[in-house]
Design a protein around this ligand. Structure first.
Ligand code: XUL
Length: 517
């Protein structure tokens, strides 16, 4: 039975993809939007507090109900769940779920909705998620106790970071010591879903575990120093940490009885959405980097040897295919590009044309493109700052302004990914803006790398399905990528004549950033 299920429990929705490895086909692709389909959780976008709140939580029961709904939807659509041989999950990174000691006794009763069986097991009603940045104090305390931010980065792959699970756990321990005391198990969103599927305790993998500021990434085990710096008795509350291809055994009988899943279907350990996406985009080998041009822009790539960003912006996670991966997040992505298009009333065709009309290097015009506070590099007072000709600086040169925003974004991405030893020969691009040829040519020239577009849309769920196939049947990554994650035909080649221009511009950008960041 060569069918494998990947489930992604993400911020706004959860989704399921089933791949058939014999037919090289995706045979099921569905999703449940929390805000629309589970309105009783009062979370139109999947979280509970207003968008601009520093604290951000979700109701973990919404994730449980969403998961069951996926199985129900599949059955309603006539999908035969008994054809699935293995399942793996992906979860939004960093979010955490808190269970009391009752979790050890949990055996899901097929006659009762899962959500009603999980409710009494929660020791904390809500789950902090990756959008929460309320733990600056805890990050400072952890850094202090563990020998400084750089030391923490050297061990865990990231400096203490507000949204990461360790600082969030510390905050819970400080604000609700009794709740912390009653917590017997702390899961990540991803391992929580594996716990639901397996119906018994589930470990955390190196991919998602690295997003906690708790894992000794090089050693592949929880770091005693980090556990101690975070909260008392934390080691006992965390599941085991294991490689990303670990099989956890059969799916819980609950899913067999209620939805007709095959009783011998195996559950594979979960991972985070970014590590899963690395797989779903076929990018787990060093030399290929993924550039995702979305609401935020992200850059991620496999790395063979663990290295950390000396500037402290980038993160290192476990690569599910072995080794490590980098992840760098730039907050000023599409919304900042859109601001330019709006300001000059341009369509995306006009936007592309503006880039074509202007030369690489933009006649010396340069922009610092910070419409919003930026995390890479840290810019707290956002501003669109212009340097260059008078017409450009007074916003009278629309074509130059458009090129400037894209060049600055691409150059900043190159600059802030330089700490990764492997230079990419190929960039795989995805996300809304990857449809724009003008934008892509700038990225190819700035990086002096060939660009290929990816057509995969739900890379996290697909990556989970590919991980299930790899772990359960041993099909190797290259064979899976060729069938399910091949980039679109055609390559955008860099123009070698632009290399020197962008080398110079990179130095100029760095100089300007030093003035504001
Ligand atoms: C990564 C991060 C986000 C979430 C989104 O560090 O915070 O990409 O994983 O789900």
């Amino acid at each position: 039975m060569p069918r494998y299920l990947g489930i992604d429990s993400s911020t706004q929705s959860c989704s399921a993809i089933v791949i058939d490895t014999d037919r090289s086909e995706v045979v099921l692709d569905l999703s449940v939007h929390y805000g629309e389909e589970l309105p009783h959780y009062d979370s139109p976008n999947g979280y509970l507090y207003p968008e601009d709140s520093v604290a951000q939580h979700s109701n973990p029961l919404m994730w449980v109900e969403g998961l069951e709904l996926l199985f129900a939807r599949g059955r309603e659509a006539g999908f035969d769940w008994s054809s699935v041989a293995g399942v793996a999950c992906s979860g939004q990174q960093h979010g955490s779920v808190y269970l009391n000691a009752g979790y050890t006794e949990a055996t899901w009763d097929p006659a009762v909705p899962l959500v009603d069986q999980v409710r009494p097991l929660l020791s904390r009603a809500t789950s902090p998620i990756w959008m929460d940045s309320s733990t600056t104090k805890q990050c400072e305390e952890i850094a202090e106790a563990a020998g400084g931010g750089e030391r923490v980065a050297a061990v865990t792959g990231s400096r203490p970071t507000e949204r990461f699970t360790g600082p969030q756990i510390r905050k819970f321990f400080q604000e609700d010591p009794e709740g912390y005391q009653q917590t017997a198990r702390i899961h990540l969103v991803s391992s929580f879903v594996a716990f639901l599927l397996a119906g018994r305790d589930a470990p955390i993998d190196y991919g998602d575990g690295a997003g906690m500021n708790l894992l000794d990434l090089a050693q592949g085990r929880w770091s005693d120093v980090m556990l101690e710096a975070t909260a008392p008795g934390l080691g006992d509350k965390l599941p085991a940490v294991v490689p990303s291809n670990t099989r956890l055994g059969r799916i819980a009988p609950f899913f067999v009885r209620r939805y007709g899943v095959n009783e011998s279907a195996e559950v594979v350990v979960s991972s985070g959405d970014n590590p899963n996406s690395l797989i779903g985009m076929g990018a787990s080998h060093p030399g290929t980097a993924v550039v995702s041009l979305g609401t935020s822009d992200t850059y991620f790539a496999a790395m063979t040897r663990m290295q950390v960003d000396p500037a402290g912006y980038g993160h290192v996670f476990g690569n599910p295919a072995g080794g490590f991966m980098s992840l760098i997040c730039f907050k000023n992505g599409s919304l900042t590009r859109e601001e330019m298009a709006k300001r000059f009333q341009m369509s995306w065709e006009d936007f592309s044309a503006a880039i074509r009309q202007t030369p690489p290097g933009n006649n010396g015009n340069l922009m610092l493109p910070y419409l919003f506070p930026e995390i890479t590099p840290r810019v707290l007072k956002p501003e669109l700052k212009l340097y260059g000709s008078g017409a450009f600086r007074s916003w009278h040169d629309s074509a130059a302004a458009v090129r400037a925003v894209v060049e600055a974004q691409a150059l900043s991405m190159r600059l802030h990914s330089q700490w990764i030893a492997e230079r990419p020969q190929t960039l795989l691009v995805t996300g809304g803006a990857s449809q724009n040829d003008g934008i892509l040519q700038v990225f190819a020239d700035v990086f002096q790398a060939a660009l290929r577009r990816l057509s995969v849309t739900n890379s996290a769920a697909l990556g989970a399905a590919l991980r299930a196939a790899n772990a359960c049947s041993g099909i190797d990554w290259d064979a899976l990528y060729a069938e399910f994650a091949a980039p679109e035909p055609g390559t955008i080649q860099p123009d070698p004549d632009t290399a020197a221009v962008y080398d110079r511009m990179l130095v100029e950008l760095q100089r300007r950033l030093a003035e504001v960041a």
